[in-house]
Design a protein around this ligand. Structure first.
Ligand code: GDP
Ligand code: GDP
Length: 435
C-alpha cells in the first residue's frame, strides 16, 4: 500500500509549491495527453524505492479566512482523517498566526501522524526559525524547508516515509484479476457488487482488507478466481447515521492503487461530473487497466442515451483505450460482457511481450515514420524491451531521445497497442538515452 500524505496549512504558505516538487519526477513518465486537465490536487511521487500519494488540500473549497474565524474546509478535515501522514506547512517569514494555531489544534485532535514543516526558510537560521513554532504546541521537531528551492524537502519526506515499509517485490502476488469498483455515491456500486456476488459462490466473505475503508472479497466466477475491492461496502456495514456516503477521492485512489483493474461506474441519468473525470484521470495516471460501466441503462430514455454518449465522448475522450459497457446492475443486465472486458483488460495489463517482437514492431514503426529532426539532431531509436506490467512499459534505448516529441510518443504507443492487442490498459513508453 502506498501511504497517502496530505498537505495542510493556511493559504499561501507554499502547499502547491511543495506538491509540485513532490510529484514532479513521476509526472515526467506520463506522456502528456493534450487537453487532459488533470486535477492538480492529487498526485503520485516516489523517493528511491518508496512510492507515495500526495494530496494538496489548498483550494478544495473556500475557507473562512478572516483572522480568528478561520475554519478548515470540510473536505480538508476529511482528507486529514483519511491520511496516513499529514504535513502541516507554516510560513517562517510570517511567524505563528492565529490560523496556524487553529489548524494545529484540529490536527492534535485528529490523532493522525503530523509533521511540521516551516517553509520559505531558504537562507534562514534553522534554530531561530524553528524555535518560534514550538508555540504551536505540537511537540514536534519542526522541519525547516524551502519548497521553492528544495532545501530540506527530501529530509522531510524521508522522515515521513520511514514509518512505512518498503513495498514488497513487485506486488505481483495476485495472479488473478483484482478489481476495484469505484464511482460517485448512488451510481449503483453496491448494487453491482451484490449482483456479481449474489450470483456466485463466495469463497470467503469479508476478509480483512488492507485498503482502509474498502472491503476485499475473493470469489469465483466460471471457475476463475477474482478479488473485488468494494469501496461502497463500508457504508453498508457502518454506522446507521452514516447512511449517506461521503465521496472520497482518497478512498477511490487507494482502491485503484490496490487493484490491477479499475471498474468505474457511472450513472447514465447524470452528466459526467468533474469527480468522475478526476478518478478516471487518476486511474490513468496510476497506470491501471480500466473498464467503464454506465449503469441504470434500464431506465434511460432514447434521447438521454444519445446525450450521455456525447457527454462521455467529450469529457472522457482520454479513456479511448477502455471498453465502455451499458449495464443494469439492478436487472443483472450486461454483467457477463463486463467480465469479458475485465478479463481482457487484466490480460493486457499483465502481458509479457517478447523482446524480439517488440524490436520488430519498433523497426516497422520507424520505417513508416521517423521521429522529427530537431535542428541538426535526429533522435535515434535503437532497440526496446519490456520494463514492467500493469501498466505495460516499453523501454526504448537510443540517442538524443529527450528530443522526441509527445506526438511521436503517442504514435509509438498506438503502434505497440495495435501490435500487441492491448485493450483496456494504459501503455507507457519510456526512453533511455546513451548520451
Ligand atoms: P499555497 O496557497 O499554500 O498552495 O501556496 P503556494 O504554493 O501557492 O505559494 C504561495 C507563494 O509562496 C507563492 O508566491 C510561492 O512562490 C511562494 N513560495 C512557496 N514556497 C516558497 C519558498 O520555499 N520560499 C519562498 N521564498 N517562497 C515560496
Ligand atoms: P452506490 O452508492 O454507488 O453503492 O449505489 P447503490 O448501489 O446504493 O444504488 C443507488 C440507487 O440506485 C439505489 O436505489 C439502487 O437501487 C439504484 N440502482 C442501482 N443500480 C441500478 C440500475 O441498474 N437501474 C436502476 N433503475 N436503478 C439502479
Amino acid at each position: 500500500m502506498k501511504p497517502t500524505i496530505v498537505l495542510v496549512g493556511r493559504p499561501n504558505v507554499g502547499k502547491s509549491t511543495l506538491f509540485n516538487r513532490l510529484t514532479r519526477s513521476k509526472d515526467a513518465l506520463v506522456a502528456d495527453l493534450p487537453g487532459l486537465t488533470r486535477d492538480r490536487h492529487y498526485g503520485h511521487g516516489r523517493v528511491g524505492e518508496k512510492p507515495y500519494l500526495v494530496v494538496d488540500t489548498g483550494g478544495f473549497e473556500p475557507v473562512v479566512d478572516s483572522g480568528i474565524l478561520f475554519e478548515m474546509a470540510k473536505q480538508t478535515l476529511q482528507a486529514v482523517d483519511e491520511a496516513d501522514a499529514v504535513i502541516f506547512l507554516v510560513d517562517s517569514r510570517a511567524g505563528v498566526t492565529p490560523q496556524d494555531k487553529l489548524i494545529a489544534q484540529k490536527l492534535r485532535m485528529s490523532g493522525r501522524p503530523v509533521y511540521l514543516a516551516v517553509n520559505k526558510a531558504e537562507g534562514a537560521n534553522r534554530a531561530v526559525v524553528s524555535a518560534e513554532f514550538y508555540e504551536l504546541g505540537l511537540n514536534l521537531e519542526p522541519f525547516v524547508i524551502s519548497s521553492a528551492h528544495g532545501d530540506g524537502v527530501w529530509d522531510l519526506i524521508d522522515s515521513v516515509l520511514s514509518d512505512f515499509p518498503e513495498p514488497e517485490e513487485e506486488e505481483e502476488d495476485a495472479k488473478h484479476p483484482v478489481f476495484a469498483v469505484i464511482g460517485r455515491p448512488n451510481v449503483g456500486k453496491s448494487t453491482l457488487v451484490n449482483a456479481i456476488l449474489g450470483e456466485e459462490r463466495v469463497i470467503a466473505f469479508d476478509q480483512a482488507g488492507t485498503t482502509r475503508d474498502s472491503i476485499h472479497i475473493d470469489f469465483e466466477r466460471n471457475e476463475k478466481p477474482y478479488t473485488i475491492i468494494d469501496t461502497a461496502g463500508v457504508r453498508r456495514r457502518g454506522k446507521v447515521d452514516e447512511a449517506i456516503e461521503k465521496f472520497s477521492v482518497i478512498k477511490s485512489m487507494q482502491a485503484v492503487e490496490a487493484a490491477n483493474v479499475a471498474v468505474l461506474v457511472l450513472d447514465a441519468n447524470q452528466d459526467i461530473a468533474d469527480q468522475d473525470a478526476t478518478i478516471a484521470g487518476f486511474a490513468l495516471e496510476a497506470g491501471r487497466a480500466l473498464v467503464i460501466a454506465i449503469n441504470k441503462w434500464d431506465v434511460v430514455t432514447p434521447e438521454r442515451k444519445e446525450q450521455i454518449k456525447k457527454d462521455i465522448a467529450r469529457k472522457l475522450y482520454f479513456l479511448d483505450f477502455a471498453k465502455f459497457h451499458y449495464i443494469s446492475a439492478l436487472k443483472h443486465k450486461g454483467i457477463d460482457d463486463l467480465f469479458d472486458s475485465i478479463n481482457q483488460a487484466y490480460q493486457a495489463a499483465m502481458i509479457k511481450m517478447p523482446t524480439p517482437k517488440i524490436t520488430r514492431v519498433l523497426q516497422s514503426a520507424l520505417e513508416r515514420q521517423q521521429p522529427p529532426r530537431v535542428g541538426p539532431i535526429r533522435p535515434k531509436l535503437r532497440y526496446a524491451h519490456q520494463g514492467g506490467v500493469n501498466p505495460p512499459i516499453i523501454v526504448i534505448h537510443g540517442n538524443a531521445l529527450h528530443h522526441i516529441k509527445d506526438s511521436y510518443t503517442r504514435y509509438l504507443v498506438q503502434t505497440f497497442r495495435k501490435a500487441f492487442h492491448l485493450e483496456g490498459t494504459p501503455l507507457r513508453v519510456q526512453y533511455k538515452s546513451t548520451e
